[in-house]
Design a protein around this ligand. Sequence first.
Ligand code: NAP
Length: 530
Amino acid sequence: MTITGHHLIAGLEVAANGPTFRGMNPATGAALEPAFADASEANADAALRAADASFDGLRLAPPEQRAALLETIAEEIMALGDALLERAHAETALPMARCTGERGRAVGQCKLFASLIRDHSWAEARIDHAIPERQPLPKPDVRRVMLPIGPVVVFGASNFPFAISVAGTDTLCALAAGCPVVVKAHPAHPGTCEMIGRAIVAALVKTGLPPGSFSLLQGSGTAIGIALVKHPLTQAVAFTGSLRGGRALMDVAAARPNPIPFYGEMGSVNPVFVLPGALKERAAKMAEGYIGSVTMGVGQFCTNPAVVIGLDSPELNSFVSTAAEHAAKVSPQSMLHSGICKAYDSGTAAWKDISGLNLAGESAAPTQPEASQAACRIFTTTLDVLEENEELKREVFGPCSIIAAGQSKEAVLRYASALEGQLTAAIHGTEQDLEEYAPLIRILERKVGRIIFNGFGTGIEVCPSMHHGGPYPAASHSFFTSIGTASIYRFVRPVCYQGFPDAALPEALQAKNTRQSWRLIDGQLTQDDA
Ligand code: NAP
């Protein structure tokens, strides 16, 4: 497939004529062909008008047709073969094995959402029959179901070129729900974005769904993203990226004359609590697992364990020294782009100036700055220093982490109570630890989207019960997940019908349950007819 650098608007190639930029190979510093250009406000307007015009065609299509779209997207992505993997590898420096694995996750998500929407169970239909003879007033027939909200704007992150990008969860679950999508391509992998965008365009053609259901706009810089969020036809925004970018766009969404839902998935320090029994039992093994998690994907995961908390003890010291030994063995690797690498180096360099925060270990091999390489860096400190320094409360994106020693269980609980919202927290302990630290679990339930026992937050299972999100600033809305099938609920809203004749109701609410969907009828969950 030839990458043209064009925007893809409602199935048409639109030549780009704004300021140009190129994909860069972070490992070599080489600029990649072709040039891409920033989309204009007129491009954004064209994409959203087409999306709005396609909405009825997409949402009213039979579920089988939208399921076929998702499955065809998977086939079209796979048909791009090694060329897609090679482009993603060149643009991101992610190893080919990681690109292959992540493409598998993206394709798996297509199939997961296709199977989700074949019946209406996901749409949570509720039916309460009329009781005309009820006294003192008759009860009306009331029915409620989730319906798609309209055009969705998607911003993917640089660190997941497949699973959280053009055909990532946000796009797939929006299309599954029946919402047209306009994607703002990530400028760190524009060629990968275009290739996957073309796969989606081809799948729309093959399945006979309206071309305006999908558009892809390229852009480097904030203007096009802001124009998309402000556009009056945009009904919701899904964003994955930095807290800075997410907060800026969240404020734009809220400042519109008609504010719209903004689902921002942002960063987090993902605290790991290593409890005394576990430290006594397996400090070395935990330290090895910890460094593996910190350095996975060169630390470029939003669930990276950036802070470890334990009681000041010989066992915690042993955890630190084993972690430092493993850190020394980690080879520096290229990060996703030079900007992220510079931010990592300046972020960890600033830490070295904090009194009471000490570098305990780092990659022994030298880094090659021209290849945007990052060294693993592990720091030690006390809980007091961690609590006193605001800059230690936010992620530095990359393979670094801080191990903090507390003087007492109370100090550990106090630290947990003061945490900002987090995507994940992990507790490493024995069953006895869990009994002794039961209050810690109660505190984390108020702070965190996912609590992990004896594991780490990296490596997210894509499944119906996954919750990937958390209280602000981890995410903009703590109720919703951006991963797993429940992510579809970001792009639907309940609509209630009162007193309607059966034939005028959406299929999911009609008396005959043709798809054997699960529905709540008069308070009972059932697959029966209503
Ligand atoms: P980013 O710099 O925030 O960029 C994400 C996207 O938003 C890009 O398309 C970017 O476009 C756009 N953008 C950023 N700021 C903007 C603004 N003020 N106005 C308009 N558009 C804006 O994030 P990233 O570096 O790609 O990704 C790394 C970050 O994502 C890390 O913080 C990581 O923790 C987080 N992340 C979170 C999750 C999660 O699920 N919670 C998953 C993966 C990554 P331009 O670059 O063109 O401005």
